[in-house]
Design a protein around this ligand. Structure first.
Ligand SMILES: [Zn+2]
Length: 293
């Protein structure tokens, strides 16, 4: 089977246990399927970035034995590719300019002023929105969570693909990059699950091959809060790489590597050998993790 996976962090802070779990799952799934594994830095939103974070993330991956194939791609160097995808969508009437300010949008975030009827007259600062006509529903076979269905009424009829300030949206950039890098399988956190039908539709409009998606449940901390940079999840300690990998495998419901394995590469070899997508739990919590330092 042709398999090329990837890990695509944004440089908004160091790796925490949640991002390590995602990186590890995508790495091990790729290697267990004799596939390649790439790393891409999603640095499209300068105000959210922390200086030095990209370097820190890459060095944390190496410390944990997560060695990638090929060059690391930075999204900030890919703007021409996004422009070109946007031009195609405009040319095929799948994207339109919208001048609606945030507070005047519909409740579901869609354009409220029929901007698409006035395309030639809009000269103010505008966003570009992707417009589509979702069929009765969109069905995605998630290779971790199983079949997921989004009903027509749950999907917005348009959404932003380039913001008023000129920044490209995650939805467009990530898909253009996945396709141009030849990615076949995407493993990412469930917080991005609702992006999947949107990316599916953009992909159809651009005549892209469809990707296979697997979503890892979001990890909650001992107080039930989602573990993320926004909730100030603590960074992982690079000096505890073996323990970090053991904890991540435990959260992923995988067999614990033998105690005699004391290096990241040994732990990873075992993880690849025993990897089982079917035992990834539907919920992950940091409560009562039995592994001590
Ligand atoms: Zn509008």
């Amino acid at each position: 089977m042709l398999y090329r996976g990837r890990f695509a962090p944004s440089p908004s802070g160091p790796l925490h246990m949640g991002s390590l779990v995602t990186a590890l799952a995508s790495y091990v799934d790729a290697r267990a399927n004799k596939g390649e594994w790439l790393v891409r830095i999603e640095d499209l939103d300068p105000p959210r970035e922390k200086p030095g974070a990209a370097k820190h993330i890459l060095s944390d991956l190496i410390i944990h034995g997560l060695h990638w194939d090929g060059e690391v791609i930075f999204q900030s160097s890919r703007l021409k590719a996004y422009e070109s995808a946007l031009s195609y969508l405009i040319k095929t009437n799948a994207a339109f300019k919208c001048i609606c300010p945030r507070k005047r949008l519909n409740n579901d975030g869609t354009c409220a002023s029929k901007c698409f009827l006035r395309q030639h007259y809009l000269s103010e600062k505008f966003a570009f929105r992707f417009e589509y006509d979702p069929r009765a529903s969109i069905k995605i076979n998630d290779f971790i969570l199983g079949e997921k269905i989004w009903k027509n009424q749950d999907l917005p009829k348009d959404f932003v693909i380039r913001r008023r300030d000129g920044l490209f949206s995650y939805q467009l950039a990530v898909l253009v990059d996945d396709i141009s890098q030849g990615i076949t399988h995407v493993i990412r956190g469930s917080d991005l699950l609702d992006s999947t039908p949107k990316q599916h539709e953009i992909g159809s409009a651009l005549n892209f091959p469809q990707l296979k998606y697997g979503h890892i449940p979001t990890i909650t901390d001992t107080e039930g809060k989602k573990l993320s940079k926004q909730t100030f999840a603590p960074p992982i300690d690079g000096n505890q790489a073996v323990q970090n990998l053991r904890q991540a495998l435990l959260l992923l419901g995988q067999k614990q590597p033998d105690n005699i394995l004391k290096t990241p590469s040994g732990i990873l070899r075992s993880a690849i050998e025993f990897w089982d997508r079917n035992t990834i739990p539907k919920e992950m919590t940091l409560t009562n993790l039995p592994i001590k330092n």
